[in-house]
Structures are given as structure tokens and as C-alpha cells.
Write a protein of this length. Structure first.
Length: 262
């Protein structure tokens, strides 16, 4: 385990990774300007082995029902790995590879590997979940907190989803798809051709969040930051759209944030 920060550099871009705090990216600076909200709970953390909320903290796998801790009562939220310490498998000036072994309360043995790679104009995050034994359902996602302003006008969010998951009073999808609605949002959207969301800080920076996955949660209900969360399925997806990790097929995905100066 490592409690020491890892600093990656490429050109005038600098990313800080904290293995001991959930394997999260705690900072991303471009030309000295910090893009991520600061604080122990913020930055950008991996959501594994599920994303968003699980209804009542329970999910079914075949005939077994598993109960996760209700860390956002009455639900369980954002997986287990953001609370753990990750190991540093490899690091260089512009890349860090971290691993985390899944432990209780998650009922299945497995390993998560996350790669954080920085270039002069992009940060790419890759993640894989593999099993040490039996197959199990899982999800992968990332939860970045982008600063709402960078010392100027507030950020503008632009994207063109095919649908919005209807959200019930319990903040979970009802299973119905509706036409995308205007914000503010704490909602999941479908983008069948891949996640593609543009954040623009007028006069400062444009940043595109992309991923081959078709699900993204957008959250902009706080004053300090906005969140654009690519993930492999919707909230409560372990119940509604489980992705299976098998001995032959790990669950893998990636997201890239690419920026342009304005």
C-alpha cells in the first residue's frame, strides 16, 4: 500500500494520484489551473464494483441475494474501492498503474487494475476487473468533480443524449426512458455511440469527456462543482443490467478527458 501522492507530468499538465485514498486522482492542473474540486472526498474516484446507487443495498446473482452497507441510506452508493488503499504496481513520469484486491463486504474475490496516463492535452483512465474464482456481476465508472469555474464564467455542459433514464423519487431509474430534460441534473443518460460530453469554461478551456460506454451520469446540483460520470451501466445496474466478470473475460473500459485552450 502507499499513502504517498504520485505526481504525473506532461508538458504543462500535471495530475496527482493518491493510492491511499481510494486510488483517486486528487488534482489535474493545466497551465497551473486546477480543474478538479479539492478535498478528501472529491477529485475523481473510481466507482467499482458498482456505480451510483443499489436499491436498498441489495443485488441478486442467480439465486443469491447480497446485502451491501447502506452508506447512502436507504441505498448503497458508488462501490467499495473508493474507501480503500490501492497498491502501486508501476509508475513513470506520466503514467501510474494501481491495483486493488476486492474484499468484504464485496462477496467475490477479484482484482481491480486502474491505469492513469497523462499527455500534454489529455488524461486517460483505464480500468479492469478480473475474478480470482467464480463469475460475478460488476460495474466500472469514474466520478470526477470538475470545478464549476476556473476564475471566470461558470462551466457550460453540452451533450446530445439519445434518452434520459426516468428517475424515481428514490433517485433510482424506474426502468423507463424519457426525452432528455433540461438541468439541473442528477440523472443518467444514454449515448449509444459512446459518451461524449463537452465542458466549456468560456475564455479558458474546453474539455471533452469521452468513453466507449453508452451510459453517463451528469450531476450539477452543487455550487462548487459539476460531475460527468461515464460508466458501464445505469445506477442499480447490478440488478437491471449486470455485466459479468468471468475467468476468461474481465470487465474493462476507459475514459479520456481531452482539453483545448480557448
Amino acid at each position: 500500500m502507499s499513502d504517498e501522492d504520485i505526481t504525473l507530468t506532461a508538458g504543462d499538465a500535471e495530475a496527482t494520484v493518491r493510492p491511499g485514498n481510494g486510488g483517486r486522482v486528487t488534482g489535474l492542473r493545466v497551465g497551473g489551473v486546477e480543474l478538479l474540486r479539492q478535498g478528501e472526498r472529491f477529485g475523481c474516484f473510481p466507482m467499482v464494483p458498482w456505480c451510483g446507487r443499489i436499491r436498498d443495498g441489495r443485488f441478486r446473482d442467480g439465486g443469491a441475494v447480497h446485502q451491501m452497507p447502506l452508506n447512502s441510506p436507504p441505498h448503497a452508493i458508488h462501490g467499495t474501492v473508493r474507501d480503500g488503499a490501492w497498491r502501486v504496481a508501476r509508475r513513470s513520469a506520466d503514467e501510474a498503474v494501481l491495483t486493488y484486491d476486492l474484499v468484504e463486504p464485496w462477496p467475490y474475490p477479484g482484482r481491480v487494475t486502474q491505469i492513469v496516463a497523462l499527455t500534454e492535452d489529455a488524461l486517460t483512465l483505464s480500468m479492469a476487473v478480473e475474478t480470482y474464482g467464480s463469475s460475478f456481476p460488476a460495474q466500472i465508472g469514474w466520478h470526477p468533480w470538475f470545478n464549476r469555474d476556473l476564475g471566470g464564467e461558470s462551466v457550460r455542459i453540452a451533450f446530445d443524449p439519445a434518452w434520459q433514464e426516468e428517475r424515481g423519487d428514490d433517485h433510482l431509474p424506474t426502468g423507463e426512458r424519457v426525452e432528455p430534460k433540461p438541468g439541473p441534473w442528477d440523472d443518467c443518460f444514454g449515448m449509444p455511440d459512446g459518451v461524449d460530453v463537452t465542458l466549456t469554461w468560456p475564455g479558458r478551456l474546453e474539455l471533452k469527456v469521452t468513453s466507449p460506454e453508452q451510459w453517463v451520469v451528469v450531476y450539477d446540483e452543487q455550487d462548487a462543482a459539476v460531475c460527468v460520470e461515464p460508466q458501464t451501466g445505469p445506477p442499480d445496474g447490478l440488478n437491471s443490467r449486470p455485466r459479468l466478470v468471468t475467468p476468461l473475460e474481465p470487465l474493462e473500459t476507459t475514459t479520456t478527458w481531452r482539453w483545448t485552450r480557448l
